[in-house]
Each structure stands twice: as structure tokens, then as C-alpha cells.
Design a protein around this ligand. Sequence first.
Ligand code: ADP
Ligand code: MG
Length: 240
Amino acid sequence: MISMRSVQKHFGDLHVLRDIDLEVPTGQVVIVLGPSGSGKSTLCRTINRLEPIDSGTIAIDGTELPAEGRALAALRADVGMVFQSFNLFAHKTILENVMLGPVKVRKKGKSEAKQRAMELLERVGIANQADKYPAQLSGGQQQRVAIARALAMNPKVMLFDEPTSALDPEMVSEVLEVMISLAKEGMTMLVVTHEMGFARRAGNRVLFMDDGLIVEDTDPDSFFTAPKTDRAKDFLGKIL
Ligand code: ADP
Ligand code: MG
């Protein structure tokens, strides 16, 4: 579902992704771990070309992403992304936030988009807040809306970049529960997170990044019980 081949990315002199090769099969839930600055966010952002790459190829469901243009917009819509900051449109209601992409990008009719948006808000447990504005919701609720908004595009892949890092502790689990249910339904997911309980429960695979490289690629149990590299041991020692 995601295929990256020999992907290179620099920011000026900084080599942020070093020859990344990654194949993610359909339905796999990949947890991305690594110290701050190791390239986790950049990896996510290149997958839907929020960041251009220097060289290499990235394909979603067998179709290579072009560098720009209309074809890119269409393919990018197949990749949902949820960030640490919820990035909802402040001047639009919750319902409008979820309807916007399907209407503008997928060219859906308003009544169809509304019906689907309400189903998704129901699913993330926010349907009763549909007419409120983002600022009237808690952080956990806003992040669940952000997930519903991404799902409204019927993405083939969902990318999560530290989706619970900005939340108060008591709101973390309500967001993780939504992600766990998505994972159970077979969504292909790449999740940057420091939530180790979630990683062990929902993840099928762990990538450990350091300095622009994927230095470990294994199953969660092996990673947490027997990390191979000193860098991963050091990292786990600091967070566990
Ligand atoms: P992580 O998400 O693992 O913390 P990032 O992918 O955000 O790491 O960043 C990797 C490296 O690239 C860091 O050194 C960061 O400072 C740098 N970086 C990220 N985005 C930019 C940018 N837009 N311009 C310049 N440097 C950047
Ligand atoms: Mg990051």
C-alpha cells in the first residue's frame, strides 16, 4: 500500500532521510519511534508530498506520486494525515470541517457529504457537537474530529504524527481508542507516537529511526523486549 524506494531528503546540508526503503502492506499498522529530530515527521510528510523529496520514488497502492499538479492532489487525498496540532478550521463548525474535503476535493454533493460526515462524527463519538466550533471542544474531541475529517476522504492510508502529544493525559485514551478501532477494521496506518501501550496493542510492526535511517524494523514484542541496536536500547531506557 505504501512503497518507498531509495528516498533521499535534505534540508540544506542536513540529510534528513537517508536512502529510505519501506514497503507497507495493506492493513498493516506501523509504529514509528525514534528520538526527536530523527526524521519521523519528515517521513510522514514525504509520504503524501507535503514535503518534496530529492530523489527516489514513493507509491501509494501501486501508483507513484508525481511531484506536483492535479494528479498529486488526487493521490494525496488517498492519504489521510492527523497531526499533533489538530489544524481544524476555526471559523467553520465541526460538521463543516468534516464536509469540506469531500465537497471541495472529491466533488461530492452537500447532502451526501453531510450524511457521511455525520456517520463519521457518530463513529468518533462527537455527533452531538456537530454544530459547535472547534474552540468549544476539548483537545481530545478536536483530535477525534480531525480523524473524522481525514476519514471523510475515504483514504487508503492514514498517517498519524504524534496525535496525542498535545493532549492532556485524560484525553489521550479517547483518541487512541478511535485509532485502535480503525486498526482493527484493517486500515493501513503509520503512527508516530510515544504511547508504548498503544504501540504494543495496535502495532504490527515497529520502525525505529535514528538520524534519518530506519535502524530497526521488527515486530513490537521483539522491539520492546529485545531491541538490537544500542541506540534503540538507549531510547527505550529514556522513555520506559
Ligand atoms: P522528528 O519528527 O523525528 O522529530 P523531523 O522529521 O521533524 O524529526 O526533523 C528531522 C530533522 O530535520 C531535524 O533536524 C529538524 O530540525 C529538521 N527539519 C525538519 N523540518 C525542517 C524544515 N522545514 N527546514 C529545515 N529543517 C527541518
Ligand atoms: Mg516530529
